[in-house]
Design a protein around this ligand. Sequence first.
Ligand code: GLY
Length: 382
Amino acid sequence: MFDFKKATERDSEFINSTWEKLDKKLCVIAERSRDKIPYTTIDGVHTDRAKEEICWWTNGFWGGLMWLMYIGTKNDTYKISAERNEEILDKAFETFWGLHHDVGFMWLLTAGVNYRLTGNEKSKVRTMYAANQLASRYNAVGEFIRAWNLDPCVTIIDSMMNIPLLYWASRELNEPRFKHIATKHADTTIQNHIRPDGSVKHICVYDPESGEYLENLAGQGYSVDSSWSRGQAWALHGFTLSYIHTGEKKYLDAAKKVAHYFIASVCGDYLPKADFRSPEEPVLYDSTASACAACGLLEIARNVPQYEGQMYYNAAIKLLKALDENCCNYSLDEDSVVGLGTERWTDAPDAIGKTANIPIIYGDYYFAEAIYKLKGFDLLFE
Ligand code: GLY
């Protein structure tokens, strides 16, 4: 296997200095934003998504970020903020109808990590509720997990990042039923979302009665045939996680196929556009795509032979250095770290600075997760 530790020793200056910069800033922000669930910033100040929409899909990333930093530093400031995020999130269970396919992002990174670290029973129950909610979205005829609660009946590539919640539940219950749902969904996703060239469709539409695949939709990318960069990252990282949880090589092969396409699409400045196949203007970046892809590439590197791993590792380091140099703000004047994230491709004239090229919490989360992996901390969050 690729000697991950040896590779990180060569990059230790970048890795250690980036981790220190993150800690220096985040231990202050952890306290400053303690009673919020941050999403983006306005005038440099974290917004509070818990107030606006408690079921919002990103509401676990702040807690996850706090746990990463706690594991890496043992500073209780982070633990207190992580536990606070988890408690605030309980309100989401009360709504039920607002819950969706993204419950893995919300609870695996918060309650799921808390339970694995501390054995807290309440955290285990929260994570188990979320897993049951996700499993209940399964369409047994079409063999997929349905996204959203609206018509039409669709799957989205993002769900590959949520099914680790089901692998967790199966391990915890010592019972394969949740894992079966996860692997069936992953197989259907390989079949319908991944194009022969390694690019990925965001949304696939199905007949809910027969389970038949009907068509694909553009979603958050530029067009139906384009390539939303965060969707490529969800696939790259998500299939890698399915490989780690199951040992099934077909998932590693799928992850590698998407990784090759991703690396080819960023080579140059290693700053991903919001969509890899979109017009040159407006210039929209998505730092969250490269941060998430870097995490997946590091895991691929760890799981392939010595002379193969270096390529994935090098690509991850290039993505992270490009983020550090071009997108990161380590000053205490602003609450977020990673800027230049984009919610969805758009050519609306007023979008830049509002929904595009903005800091988004999961950019901070995945950037920190990648540096955490490089530091050698080994609790797998997803
Ligand atoms: N899961 C929605 C997004 O990636 O924006």
